[in-house]
Design a protein around this ligand. Structure first.
Ligand code: C5P
Length: 215
């Protein structure tokens, strides 16, 4: 079967960067599953659908008209790659990701990314729920301080305003919700390699993951 490398972990743990680098090195496809939750959140925000309207949210998720390009994400023909990175959209995404019907609505779309020669999948439940048979599973962690600093840098680079204190609080809130929820809580999957990236350079993290892929 087509190989999958899963990278799960909390927000700003470095998953996205590491996943992109590993996928590029191996020549594999890339699934940024968080983007699907963010896209659903953006559609909901625009349509005025509140975070507890489960059925409406699930149908928005099922009907997402999205195209993933190399550097862009288009929804209904509009480049929304910047809009979905807003911190408010990330928070809204985590609020709607607690609903099992919303998660269910995104499963088939995620499985569709598994194409030859292989897939690197980045998210919260990639190894535990979506691709439980993945031969290589990685669980990334990092301290709240390291992650807040990382997110601050990312947001600044994109030209968003940001504040470390607010970011730390938002991270804690998002982590608590992602970990405590009943539907696909954020946990290290069975058999996952653990990688703490607090003190680690991207290159080192990428090398560790590639090493596990070679084993
Ligand atoms: O990874 P990212 O920050 O883009 O994800 C946004 C939110 O989407 C997360 O806080 C989480 O609640 C949700 N999510 C999820 N399962 C995934 C990926 C993201 O529940 N596989």
């Amino acid at each position: 079967s087509i190989p999958v490398v899963t990278l799960d972990g909390p927000t700003a743990s470095g998953k996205g960067t590491v996943a992109a680098r590993v996928a590029a090195t191996l020549g594999y496809h890339l699934l940024d599953s968080g983007a699907l939750y963010r896209l659903t959140a953006l559609s909901a925000t625009r349509a005025g659908v509140p975070s507890d309207a489960v059925d409406a949210l699930a149908s928005l998720a099922a009907g997402l008209d999205v195209r993933f390009g190399d550097d862009t994400i288009e929804m209904g023909g509009e480049d929304v790659s910047r809009a979905i990175r807003e911190e408010a959209i990330g928070l809204f995404a985590s609020a709607i990701a607690v609903h099992q019907p919303v998660r269910d609505a995104l499963v088939a779309r995620q499985h569709g990314f598994r194409r030859a020669p292989g897939l690197v999948a980045d998210g919260r439940d990639m190894g535990s729920v979506i691709f439980p048979d993945a031969p290589v599973k990685v669980f990334l962690t990092a301290s709240v301080e390291a992650r807040a600093a990382r997110r601050y840098k990312q947001l600044k680079e994109k030209g968003f305003s940001a504040n470390i204190q607010d970011l730390s609080e938002a991270l804690r809130e998002r982590d608590a919700r992602d970990t405590a929820r009943a539907a696909a809580p954020l946990v290290a999957p069975q058999g996952a390699h653990r990688l703490d990236t607090s003190e680690m350079m991207v290159d080192q993290a990428v090398e560790s993951v590639l090493g596990w892929c070679r084993d």
